[in-house]
Design a protein around this ligand. Structure first.
Ligand code: G6P
Length: 609
């Protein structure tokens, strides 16, 4: 949410900043701006997506080898040129970009207005620029430090000042900030993808830390203590440039849907033990005793990751017979949750930066729970702060609507289920059955992807409809939620996911010939019941798009359209049944001419509450 990139080196900063902004665009795209230092401070801003900013900047060439840039996702103040970052002080000498929310901005603003500061924007961020101005007497670092002592809220920020032209000051509290170390050049960004072209050597800032970037490299300190330098570790990023390119696909989302055979394989590679019919997840950092004394599992996430958590609940309860609770991160943290001995908490997050999930994890930790992450982004805050965890190894997910991360999260939860099951009563033979099913998934995903053309035709038939209902039972209920979410996110079509049997308690009133109903009716225990639900829809002239198991002939008589998925274990079906729904949402969005990878109002990494 909001992307930050800064550069100091010998090369022209402008193309580096623009390229960085493009890589960060999934964090927000309502406006963009930059500040370049070159015998004075030059600030340019533009409402709209980065492509528009690029056109704008092409008309007003700017030079300099130090600069900062920002792509915004509005919290305070509409997306306008004035509200776009960077924000400046009264004299236009300082420029600041910020990700997060300054919670006490109203009080600070009043105080600063009394001291004759003039504000131009409606943002919380501008307060910071004036507050730093207030403390500035020739030392930007000291002024930032003093200003931040007055601030309540979250921030990842970068500041430059015309009087200190070879310096960028950055600080972090609650919003990610990473320093990239190149050869004779340094970058600062909210995400590693923004600097991958220049370096893979990075240093992560922790909360309440500051960095001063100069030509001699970064100097890290605690915000509250400028005297003691921090010795920070440099980490090498494994992702490469190719992984963050579209690779010939029209959209990142489509590329990521098509990557799923490989990403699922990456999620289980090296973690399945065929001989023992067991699994190993070394990153959990838990002993035999600890694993066998788990009494309750809490799964926490937001959005698609929350849907994955629901799948985890079905899997773990069914196989390992351990009670599981699934929590929205945003609700969990504020309702004084009960954390008893024997509770193990998994926080699920693709980005590892979602602020609600991070805060929920901290709350669980504070209450004494062991907290483990199921995370994609290596080195992300959740990955670093959790007591252990499992990386899903899905590679960079750039499309705002999550796809491959979901199936990889589900795969990791399936492996966890196997592991916990074997600590309970599951036999080696049963363990092997799960392993075989898991290992077959990539090939089965390929079979589903081969139906892309048929799914596109279904999308063609229904893309004008403005309401959809998604129904599923058992472990396919979370898939109904996820299918509906995908459609909502990228097509702006109203869609509801429902447990199929609940339809008759409300949504059935909506059904008529204009209501397409997507039913996940694979051949598992609830099949005959869900066929009954299909009949109820048909009796009211609803149109049925069925996701059904290969070989199911009966469904052909009931459904208007059938998408086939291969047979797997009932509990693993969601990992397959979600794939056609991702494709359906994708094609409907394309046909409705929506910006698939950058849906309106959304951001991929939600770092504000
Ligand atoms: C945003 C994204 C969703 C994602 C959710 C949780 O809303 O648009 O795609 O599922 O955040 O993100 P996380 O990175 O924690 O999985």
């Amino acid at each position: 949410m909001c992307g930050i990139i800064g550069y100091i080196g010998q090369a022209p900063a402008l193309p580096i900043l623009v390229e960085g902004l493009k890589r960060l665009e999934y964090r927000g795209y309502d406006s963009a701006g930059m500040a370049l230092l070159n015998s004075g401070l030059r600030v340019e801003k533009c409402v709209g997506k980065i492509a528009r900013f690029e056109q704008h900047i092409a008309q007003v060439p700017a030079e300099g080898s130090v600069g900062i840039a920002h792509t915004r996702w509005a919290t305070h103040g509409e997306p306008t040129n004035v509200n776009a970052h960077p924000h400046s002080d009264c004299h236009g000498k300082l420029a600041l970009i910020h990700n997060g929310i300054i919670e006490n901005f109203s009080a600070l603003k009043k105080e600063l207005e009394k001291r004759n500061h003039t504000f131009k924007s409606d943002t919380d961020t501008e307060v910071l620029a004036h507050l730093i101005e207030e403390f500035y007497d020739g030392n930007l670092e000291a002024a930032v430090r003093a200003a931040l002592a007055r601030v309540e809220g979250t921030y990842g920020l970068a500041v430059v000042h015309a009087d200190e032209p070879r310096r960028i000051v950055g600080a972090r509290n609650g919003s990610p900030l990473i320093v990239g170390v190149g050869s004779g050049e340094y970058l600062i960004a909210s995400d590693v993808s923004a600097m991958l072209r220049h370096t893979r050597q990075v240093i992560y800032l922790e909360d309440l830390e500051m960095v001063v970037l100069g030509d001699d490299g970064p100097v890290f300190t605690k915000i509250e203590d400028g005297d003691s330098q921090l010795a920070k570790e440099t980490t090498e990023i494994e992702w490469n440039l190719e992984m963050i390119e579209k690779g010939g696909f029209e959209h990142f989302m489509l590329k990521e849907i098509f990557e799923q055979a490989g990403t699922i394989r990456n999620a289980f590679r090296g973690r399945l033990l065929w001989d023992d019919g067991d699994a190993k997840l070394g990153g959990l950092n838990m002993s035999h005793e600890e694993l066998s004394s788990i009494k309750r599992v809490v799964l926490i996430g937001c959005g698609t990751s929350w849907h994955a958590a629901l799948l985890g609940e079905y899997m773990i309860e069914e196989v390992a017979r351990i009670p599981v609770e699934v929590e929205y991160a945003s609700e969990f943290r504020y309702r004084n949750p009960i954390v008893e001995e024997g509770t193990i908490t998994f926080v699920i997050s693709q980005s590892g930066e979602t602020i609600d999930t991070l805060a929920a994890m901290r709350e669980a930790k504070r209450k004494g729970a062991r907290t483990l992450g199921i995370v994609n982004v290596v080195g992300s805050t959740i990955a670093r702060e959790s007591d252990g965890g499992v990386y899903i190894h899905a590679g960079p997910e750039i499309g705002v609507a999550s796809t491959k991360a979901f199936t990889s999260q589900a795969t990791v939860l399936a492996i966890l289920t196997l592991l916990l099951g074997r600590f309970r009563n599951m036999s080696r033979h049963e363990g092997r059955r799960l392993i075989s099913a898991l290992e077959a998934l990539p090939g089965q995903i390929e079979q589903i992807l081969a139906q892309d053309h048929e799914i596109q035709q279904i999308a063609q038939a229904y893309h004008h409809h403005n309401n959809f209902l998604y129904l599923g039972r058992g472990a396919n209920f979370p898939v109904a939620l996820e299918g509906a979410l995908k459609l909502k996110e990228i097509s702006y079509v109203h869609a509801e996911g429902y447990p199929a049997a609940e339809m008759k308690h409300g949504p059935i009133a909506l059904i008529d010939e204009n209501m397409p109903v997507v039913v996940i009716c694979t051949r598992d225990s609830g099949y005959s019941k869900i066929v009954g639900n299909i009949e109820e829809v048909k009796a009211r002239k609803g149109r049925i798009i069925a996701v059904a198991t290969e070989g199911d002939e009966e469904i052909l008589e009931k459904a208007d359209h059938v998408i086939r998925i291969p047979e797997t274990l009932g509990l693993f079906t969601p990992i397959l049944s979600v794939v056609p729904l991702q494709l359906l949402a994708y094609h409907i969005a394309v046909l409705r001419e929506c910006d698939v990878d950058r849906p309106r109002n959304l951001a991929k990494s939600v770092t504000v509450e």
